[in-house]
Design a protein around this ligand. Sequence first.
Ligand code: G
Ligand code: G
Ligand code: MN
Ligand code: NA
Length: 254
Amino acid sequence: LKLESDMYNGIRNGEFSLHYQPISDARTQQVVGVEALMRWQHPVHGAVPPSVFIPLAESGGLINFLGEWALRNTCMQLAQWDNAGIRLPYATVNVSAHQFRDRRFPEVVREAIALTGITAERIVLEITESVLMHDPARAKMLLEELTAIGIRFAVDDFGTGYSSLAYLQRFPLSTLKIDRSFIVNLPHSVNDQAIVAAVVALARSLNLELVAEGVETPEQRQMLASSGCHLIQGWVVCKALPVDQLARKFALGE
Ligand code: G
Ligand code: G
Ligand code: MN
Ligand code: NA
């Protein structure tokens, strides 16, 4: 496929960038963190969505390189915000199945932290349930190794995969991110209200931070806040934005 070879060149030519989407307090709407989301501006095809190029990168072996680039850039961005007097507590970075399986992965994370001088607590790595459950024993060791230096872990798309309560409590996790499929039909769906209430109770009992993804309306935001889901992410706050637009929108640094 042409796109795949274009990706190699695109990385070198600066066609890739990271956008950041705020994670906010559901009540006060204060920004507590951001999720880094990769973007590719192709010189001919224009914006290629990550749903297209991430799978290509996974199958073509480029994902480790791309993932390392995303992690380093996010760490650098946090350091840059620090230097500009902008206080952003943490950033989350998505980790794909291939990256997580790569033997060099822990070293890649340590290097990104060391290179930029930020504290490891400010990086939250997002992994899916299926990545955790693929080889739970190995996943547990890896999470423990990186948790020991301060890195935190979030379960992305929570509720769409299979993970038992027994396993969840064995992993050192900091955050659950409720998949947006459980949010989209709020506030009307009684079923989804029940699911959200159950996940809130689960997160409480496991002492995990909880983020609702794909929150699009003020009604959803209010329902989540009153259900005890304290953090939200989604278009009701804003979509993922390039750094300069994010700074303007939130008047960061003023
Ligand atoms: O904005 P959205 O279209 O950004 O992202 C679509 C999908 O691409 C999501 O599932 C998201 O997790 C994934 N994605 C975005 N950026 C990255 C990244 O840096 N690494 C990985 N592995 N996945 C990413
Ligand atoms: O798989 P992951 O959760 O990392 O993917 C995040 C994806 O969700 C990105 O593609 C991002 O652009 C998208 N997204 C963020 N906020 C919203 C929202 O409010 N509604 C919808 N439909 N998608 C969203
Ligand atoms: Mn994510
Ligand atoms: Na998700």
